[in-house]
Design a protein around this ligand. Structure first.
Ligand code: NAD
Length: 428
């Protein structure tokens, strides 16, 4: 029986979404695992703990709104839970489960002492005022308080949550505990125990991993054509760093559309336009194109930094690029993965490529606990070293075993998690 056939009763087999992707990934990695650890694999296909909460808030019009919230701790064998909180109307338990599982693998790939967790609220934040968002964040934090703590579970930002959201979480937790608890959440503002370098960390990790891959396949990054899907925290920082390194950002797509300029877009100008007008449409010096045109554009590097399930069997055959770097979590479906592999496109998997964020979150947690703060240069140097070492371990293993980078990253991450289980033993 493969892992995909194990579906818990609280999920609908028809609506597994990204959780199914994760189970297929586990199926693919299982044969390559150390035989002494392989028997423990089923533990990865069940989240350790999932909390579903109702989040009632008072709306500005005096009525009461209700929102569904989740916090899933997929695996805590290697340390406290770590993973972001997402506000999005499409959030489901299955999605949060998958995201928490990828955190388990990712934290192990970069060898930071955390387990995997993730949270989310099923809400369209654009429909709420700032005051409503604050009440939503505080009530959600109170509802999941029983799971949180610096040595229990430490959230961070994800889609549609930011430094301000993390500040509200830190304050709510602190109020309920009757003390100031900085290390309960990362991605905070610098004024509240946040870390220098955290804002750009995921994009920076995406950049460093791509530089390493480019070196291995003989791609010169200076002048290389780069397309970026998703122009938020991850995509914008990655685009800026590639541009600073001399690459040409030839296409950017976000939820408002796609723009191209074969001669290279000015990333700062695009960001300023997007900020001022709320859309990429109309950006000076750029041509608006369809989503299909975006995916079919000839590039050297494609950064997928938006959402899950963006590269599918429908578009994977048309993508013309040499490297795909997964800034987002789960952007490539398992079917698309096989197509890209057959076409010789190097895919740097999410559990490696976007691990820069959690790495600097780890630094933030360490700085908060020790109440001793590092310089940005120290942080960036440590981040670059960890990303390069993790990339080398994954790349070398992929070469030796003749397996894709995703499988190699999963082997590295899963074996570390399963070894922790083996050594800890089964309680009681
Ligand atoms: P964000 O909210 O800052 O940005 C998301 C971007 O994606 C926006 O530009 C949005 O317009 C775009 N987008 C959304 N839906 C889209 C669609 N259907 N088509 C095209 N573009 C779309 O979020 P973020 O923090 O940058 O996160 C992006 C991805 O990276 C997510 O998958 C997240 O889980 C992952 N990630 C984020 C971090 C982090 O530190 N923020 C760390 C690791 C992984």
């Amino acid at each position: 029986m493969n892992n995909v056939s194990h579906i818990p009763s609280y999920l609908s087999a028809e609506h597994l979404g990204p959780w199914e992707t994760f189970l297929v990934q586990v199926d693919r990695v299982e044969p390559h695992l150390n035989p002494e650890l392989r028997a423990l694999t089923p533990i990865l296909t069940r989240p350790m703990r999932a909390l579903i909460v109702n989040v009632p808030i008072r709306l500005d019009n005096g009525e009461m709104g209700h929102f569904e919230g989740y916090r899933v701790q997929h695996n805590l064998a290697r340390g406290p839970g770590k993973g972001g909180i997402r506000f999005h109307p499409d959030v489901t338990l299955a999605e949060v489960m998958a995201l928490s599982a990828w955190m388990t693998v990712k934290n192990a790939v970069v060898n930071v002492p955390f387990g995997g967790a993730k949270g989310g609220v099923r809400v369209d934040p654009r429909q709420l005022s700032i005051a409503e968002l604050e009440r939503l964040t505080r009530r959600y934090t109170s509802e999941i308080h029983i799971l949180l703590g610096q040595d229990k579970d430490v959230p961070a930002p994800d889609i549609n949550t930011n430094e301000q959201t993390m500040a509200w979480i830190m304050d709510t937790y602190s109020m309920n505990e009757g003390r100031t608890a900085m290390s309960v959440v990362t991605g905070k503002p610098i004024s509240l125990g946040g870390s220098l370098g955290r804002k750009d960390a995921t994009g920076r990790g995406v950049f460093v991993a791509t530089v390493e891959a480019a070196r291995h396949i003989g791609l010169e990054l200076s002048g290389a054509r780069v397309a970026v899907q998703g122009f938020g925290n991850v995509g914008e920082a990655a685009a800026r760093l590639f541009s600073n390194a001399g690459a040409k950002i030839v296409a950017i797509q976000d939820s408002t559309g796609a723009i191209v300029n074969p001669a290279g877009l000015d990333v700062r100008a695009v960001k300023a336009w997007r900020h001022e007008h709320g859309t990429l449409q109309g950006t000076p010096g750029a041509e608006a194109v369809s989503a299909d045109d975006f995916w079919q554009m000839e590039t050297d590097v494609l950064i997928a930094a938006a959402m899950e399930n963006q590269i599918t069997a429908a578009n994977a055959g048309h993508i013309r690029t040499r490297i795909i770097t997964e800034g987002a979590n789960g952007p490539t479906t398992p079917e698309a993965d096989l197509i890209l592999q057959e076409r010789g496109i190097t895919v740097i998997p999410d559990v490696l490529a976007n691990a820069g964020g959690v790495t600097v979150s780890y630094f933030e947690w360490v700085q908060d606990i020790s109440a001793f703060f590092w310089t940005e240069d120290e942080i960036n140097a440590r981040l670059d070293r960890i990303m390069r070492e993790a990339f080398a371990a994954v790349w070398d293993s992929a070469q030796v075993k003749g397996i894709p980078l995703r499988t190699a990253a999963f082997v590295l991450g899963c074996e570390r998690v399963l070894l922790a289980h083996k050594v800890r033993g089964l309680y009681p």
